[in-house]
Every structure is written in C-alpha cells, then in structure tokens.
Design a protein. Structure first.
Length: 301
C-alpha cells in the first residue's frame, strides 16, 4: 500500500474538487453535494443526481436522470466525452443493475470505450463475471459493497486486499476513479478483517439447529436415566434397610402427603432442571457461552 503521507496529501486534494469529493462521499454511503448548486455541466448534473438516487434507493429519480443520457447514441468513430467518464459510467452501471433496468444501452456505451483494464472490468460487471482475474478487483469490490454484499466471498476479499496492498504505484496511474475505489476498498476490508461466505453462514445456522436438537435428546436421555436410578434406589431401599420399613409404617400418612407435595414440586422444577442440564451438556461439548442466553429464550418461548 502507498505511504500514509502520500494518501493524506491526495485526500486533501480530493476535498478541494467537488466531483471527486462527492464520489468519495458516495463510496462511504453519503452524498452532501447536489447537482443544482454545483455545476451547469449536464454530465456532472446527471452524475450527482444518479449517485443521490442510488443512495436514497429512489428508482424513479434514477430513471429520470438516466433517461436524460440514454437518448445519446455515440459510436466508436465519434464517441461522446461522457463515454470515458469513469465516474458517470460506474454510477450508471450501479443504478441499472440495482434497479434491474435494461442493460442494452450501457453495454453499447462500454463497448466503444477505450480498451483497457477498467473497460474490461465494467464489461465483466455487466455480465456478472465478478471474479475474473482480468478485473480490477477494487472496482468490483466497491460495486458489490454497494449492490451485492451477498456475493462478497472470502476468497475474493482476500484477493482484492492482496492486489491493493501490492500496488505501490497506485497514485502513478493518474486515475482518480481507481485510486478512490482502492482506498475505500482497503479501508472497508481493514475494518471487516474477514468476510465469511454466505454459504458458510447458512451451513453454520443449519448445523446449529441440528446440534441443539440433538443436545435436547441427549439431555432427555440423561434425565430419564437419572430419574430411573432414583426410582430404582427408592424401591430397593426397604430391602436393604429394615428400619426404613418400620419408619414408613409408622408415618405412612405423612409420607403420602409429602409425596403429593413432592410431585407438585418436581412438576415446577423439572423445566428448570431440563434447561440447566441442557446448558451444562452444551458447555461440555464446547458450545459458546455467549449463545446460551439465546438458547434459554428459545426454550422458554
């Protein structure tokens, strides 16, 4: 990764440029600049409107700005300036995918751009080929961060991080678009540290449900065995202790009352015993203590 001093100096320059500052805020999930009070340039006005509509999840606003541009039909022989405006093209692709609009026009626009790694990355994003080694991963990462986090695999995050940290000449390519995406992708990965595959998360949830059910069965079996041993011991007690027979005969009525009260008491205590024994068994099997309170709530519901 580039030295911290170089990064700080670059971001200071970004803050002095309205468009770069707006895009940087956009990647961070905030837009403070509006189109009307910043510029009379049509492409920049559309750019501000598009990113604001994306962040506010306003499909109608996005379409209204998109329709101002999609009437343009530039060709490879006479490309319009906006065709190679990376910021505008990226925001168009983001919104078109986010709001599930037809991709025909934007694919034609991308096809007449200068052929480079960024153009190839835009093409692959439109074709949902997110993990191609021909992509600039920091661009795809920011696209997925905004539009499709469920597609953010652990391997892809690791690959992106490696590419960004290995690019010591980031500021020498003079692409503000790529630089800002790289810096934001790096910050995001650094904060997240590790992003699990959604498939792994689903499998862990499934395993957790099965694990809890099996522990409950084991808990019931253990309780039944302990209860059976207790009953067996009580039944065998008179055989081993003649004094116990005399005591039962003498206070028979008292034991009858106590037995009835004991059954009632057990009826109230058994659920507590069940929950406690289940938690103990789960701890013995290494179940996280932090999750046991959630388990208790589930059992009580």
């Amino acid at each position: 990764m580039v030295p911290l001093e170089e990064r700080i100096g670059y971001l200071e320059r970004v803050s002095e440029n309205a468009k770069l500052s707006a895009f940087n805020d956009f990647l961070s999930g905030k837009v403070y600049i509006t189109a009307s009070d910043q510029t009379s340039n049509e492409s920049e006005e559309i750019f501000y409107g598009l990113i604001d509509a994306i962040l506010s999840n306003n499909k109608l606003n996005f379409i209204s700005y998109y329709n101002k541009k999609n009437k343009s039909k530039p060709s490879k022989g006479s490309p319009a300036p906006f065709v190679n405006d990376d910021f505008l093209i990226f925001s168009l692709i983001l919104g078109i995918v986010k709001f599930n609009l037809d991709k025909t026009w934007i694919k034609e626009i991308v096809s007449i751009r200068n052929r480079n790694n960024l153009t190839i990355t835009f093409e692959n994003i439109l074709n949902e080929n997110y993990y191609s080694t021909s992509n600039l991963p920091e661009i795809v990462f920011m696209f997925l961060s905004i539009n499709g986090q469920s597609l953010m695999t652990k391997d892809f995050v690791g690959f992106t991080y490696t590419k960004i940290t290995g690019n010591i000449n980031l500021f020498k390519n003079r692409s503000d678009f790529q630089i800002l995406c790289s810096l934001k992708a790096y910050d995001t990965i650094f904060l997240l540290k590790e992003v699990p595959d959604q498939k792994d998360v689903d499998l862990l949830k499934k395993f957790n449900t099965i694990f809890i059910k099996r522990i409950r069965y084991i808990s019931w079996i253990v309780q039944a065995m302990l209860f059976g041993l207790l009953v067996y011991a009580i039944l065998k007690l008179p055989n081993y202790s003649p004094e116990a027979i005399k005591l039962i005969d003498k206070y028979n009525y008292a034991f009858t009352i106590f037995g009835a009260l004991g059954l009632s008491f057990l009826g109230n205590v058994i659920p507590v015993i069940r929950n406690t024994s289940q938690k103990i068994i789960m701890q013995l099997f290494g179940y996280p203590k932090e999750l046991l309170n959630d388990l208790k709530i589930t059992n009580n519901s």
